[in-house]
Design a protein around this ligand. Structure first.
Ligand code: TYM
Length: 378
């Protein structure tokens, strides 16, 4: 439930309302990713991914420190994750932090640690079984591999499989987190099961596990959707007490749901586009659900023009599917002037998404043979 007077809510377990990101920056106590910092990143990477250029990643924690370390020769590793669940397939929004990780892996030749906490949704959702999450985890790994991570530099951690490696470290973290902190951060109450309360300690572990394994402190960068930040807001302060660095974090906004009603694209809603959707499903969903900033009739649209700022199809092109700044500007201007109709804008998006998914689905099938190469062998 939203608190009195609050128009939106962002926690790892609930995102609702129209998210005000400026406000979130203040509430979460994170820093804006400004142009100066983007320039600093560009010095290393030579170019900026569209997720950075267009501020899809909009805030951070300790990124300047991370780059200081990198420049001193203390290279960082990357960490992110995915909690699989029944009936919760990977959608386009999930791919945003993962694509960012893959790009950063290439640019910085960084090692990647990817966590699959297969107990998280089991603990949190009454209807989910561990058998379900095991199956879903396997499927979701295919999406991650399909993005092109380097198998020699990428390690998958599965909580129940790697429990022997992770549990001791999770206990060290858990000992320093109180129930009242977790309650306040995640909206838990006295009826919440104790597994959910403990979970945040498991999510903290991969941020310093490579340091444990290599016996030296290694900086860590975690690209994620900002809903996951609270886990690290709690656990970051603990890591120096255990002798490790605090991880740096890079936060993305949410790819909105097709409905344009605010909130994020969510795995349980029909207005999400999943990585396994067929061309026809994509077409139908966009045509039926993608919220339009156009006018009710063609005549009116030609006269008054559309509003790209609220148009979901335009937002998807801007955030993800049209990397060419000039082409995007033209779509923006034509839509605003009424030259481009909503149906035409939707056609552009449908074609882009289907082209992307066709490639992705091919690689996703090939990934079935590669899963074992990515799972960490301890
Ligand atoms: P999960 O499985 O809910 O989501 C995986 C990642 O996708 C991001 N995300 C989105 N990003 C942009 N737009 C959206 N509409 C959108 N929806 C989801 C999430 O923020 C997340 O980064 N507890 C985690 C799993 C996890 C993890 C981590 C995530 C374990 N370790 C370390 C980030 C970093 C979870 O349930 O993610």
């Amino acid at each position: 439930m939203k608190k009195e007077g609050k128009e939106f809510k962002v926690t790892p377990y609930e995102v609702s309302g129209k998210v005000n990101y400026e406000k979130l920056i203040r509430e979460f106590g994170v820093e804006k990713l400004d142009d100066k910092l983007l320039e600093r990143i560009k010095k290393h990477t030579k170019e900026l991914h569209l997720f950075l250029r267009r501020k899809v990643f909009f805030s951070h924690r300790d990124l300047n420190w991370l780059l200081d370390e990198q420049e001193k020769g203390n290279k960082f590793f990357l960490y992110t994750g995915r909690a699989s669940s029944t009936g919760s397939k990977v959608h386009l929004g999930h791919l945003i932090p993962w694509i960012m990780c893959k790009w950063l892996q290439d640019k910085f030749n960084a090692e990647m640690w990817f966590q699959f906490p297969d107990e998280e949704k089991f603990l949190y959702k009454p209807e989910v079984t561990l058998k379900d999450t095991e199956k879903a985890t396997h499927e979701d790994m295919l999406d991650v591999i399909a993005l092109g991570f380097n198998p020699k530099k990428t390690n998958f951690l599965i909580d129940t499989k790697h429990a022997g490696l992770m549990y001791k470290e999770a206990c060290r973290v858990a000992k320093k987190i109180t129930f009242s902190t977790v309650k306040a951060s995640f909206g838990f109450n006295d009826s919440t099961n104790i597994g959910s309360i403990f979970y945040t300690a498991m999510q903290a572990v991969p941020a310093f596990l490579p340091s444990v394994l290599k016996g030296k402190n290694i900086p860590c960068l975690i690209p994620l959707g900002i809903d996951q930040d609270p886990h690290f807001r709690i656990s970051r302060d603990i890591m120096p007490k255990l002798g490790y660095y605090k991880p740096a974090i890079l936060h993305s906004v949410f790819l909105p749901s097709l409905s344009g009603m605010g909130g994020k694209m969510s795995a349980s809603k029909e207005y999400s586009i999943f990585t396994t959707d067929t061309e026809k499903q994509v077409e139908e969903k966009i045509k039926k659900y993608a919220f339009s900033g156009g006018q009710p009739t063609v005549q009116e649209h030609r006269k008054k023009g559309g509003n790209p700022d609220v148009d979901v199809s335009y937002q998807y092109l801007k955030m993800f599917f049209e990397p060419d700044d000039k082409k995007l500007q033209k779509i923006h201007d034509d839509y605003k002037s009424g030259k481009l109709l909503t149906s035409e804008l939707k056609e552009i998006l449908i074609e882009k998404i289907n082209k992307f998914l066709k490639e992705h689905q091919k690689k996703r099938e090939l990934a079935r043979e590669q899963v074992d190469k990515f799972i960490f062998k301890d």
